[in-house]
Design a protein around this ligand. Structure first.
Ligand code: 8YV
Length: 322
């Protein structure tokens, strides 16, 4: 397969670079100074893209590489790829589902507990010498006891989160575009209905045009002044300025966020707030899980070019062929 040429627009983890570099001819776009000259000379020879969310893969990008057959995405979320344009061109898009669900769910529960019980704030209290100087950290007003958690997006990761929450003996409700079959949790037909009904709202919503800013001022209003918002999905699903306002004005009580709209940029106003817990998008960030994701990306690429077909094509992709 060495004669097959691939292009990585941005750096990927070593496992991916090494394995794809051994099997294929892999070009590293970020190391190429004259990109126009590269496209002129090599653009038409590129048959696969290896992407990880750094660069938007859209009509304009694909013009440079007109013979691409497959876009292999690192991550379950593939919102940086314009899947509609790819599908119209007959290009396969793959992602890395399942292998990260349990890890992301673990992180979500950690973030939720940190936020509800103010654990980072109480740790800061200790480190600042306040325990000895001023006394115990104040009791928290919020608790999981007797509370209801609403999940936006009861997919693979949402279900893994719900399974963990069951052990915490809380009530679970959810919102999806459609009710999930054979599911015992209460379904709320709209986001506002869900927000109104729960104490803690957890978003696992993916990015992309369909979810853009769907968690807006009205949803925060519905969640209310005792409400807690957790986001482990995509930042773009949230109207970030509206969320900042809601936190500032006490429209909601607090938030725990692993994702942001313009990563790695996090609004300075959020960083200055005491009633938020902020993580730098670490949901799947362990060697164990990232290696599984990397291997799945490699398997998708080699599967396609060896004629076996892609292992995990996304829903919008033209596969299997009709
Ligand atoms: C990764 C993710 O952090 O899978 C996703 O969609 O957001 C995370 O698992 C990300 O893909 C790393 O680039």
């Amino acid at each position: 397969m060495k004669s097959i040429e691939l292009l990585a627009p941005g750096p990927m983890m070593p496992l991916v670079m090494e394995k794809l570099g051994e099997a294929f001819t892999l070009h590293k776009l970020w190391e190429i100074a004259d990109k126009d000259a590269f496209y002129r000379e090599k653009g038409a020879a590129i048959r696969g893209l290896v992407v990880g969310g750094h660069v938007r893969i859209d009509e304009a990008f694909l013009k440079n590489v007109p013979n691409v057959e497959i876009i292999s995405n690192f991550g379950v979320g593939y919102d940086s790829v314009d899947v509609k344009v790819a599908a119209a061109k007959g290009i396969i898009v793959t992602n890395t589902p399942d292998v990260l669900s349990e890890e992301v769910a673990d992180t979500c529960l950690g973030l939720l507990l940190m936020t509800v019980r103010e654990l980072p704030q109480s740790e800061r209290w200790l480190r600042a010498g306040k325990w000895e100087g001023q006394g115990p950290y104040p009791l928290t007003h919020t608790t999981l006891r007797g509370s209801t958690v609403g999940i936006i997006g009861l997919g693979r990761i949402g279900k893994a989160i719900a399974r963990r929450l069951e052990a915490f003996d809380v009530k679970i409700e959810y919102h999806n575009r459609r009710p999930v079959a054979d599911c015992g949790y209460a379904y709320r037909a709209s986001l506002k209905e869900l927000a109104k009904s729960v104490d803690i709202l957890v978003s696992v919503a993916p990015g992309g045009p369909e979810t853009h800013h769907m968690i807006d001022a009205g949803v925060f209003e519905a969640l209310g002044p005792k409400g807690i918002f957790i986001n482990i999905g995509r930042g773009s699903a949230v109207d970030e300025p509206a969320m900042v306002e809601a936190l500032k004005k006490g429209t909601i009580r607090s938030a725990g966020l692993d994702v942001f709209e313009f990563e790695p940029k996090v609004p300075a106003e959020l960083i200055a707030m005491e009633n938020v817990v902020l993580l730098p998008h670490v949901g799947s960030g362990t060697h164990h899980t990232r290696n599984l994701m990397g291997q799945l990306l490699v398997d998708n690429m080699t599967g396609w070019f060896s004629g076996k077909g892609p292992k995990t094509p996304v829903g919008e992709t033209p596969w299997p062929k009709a």
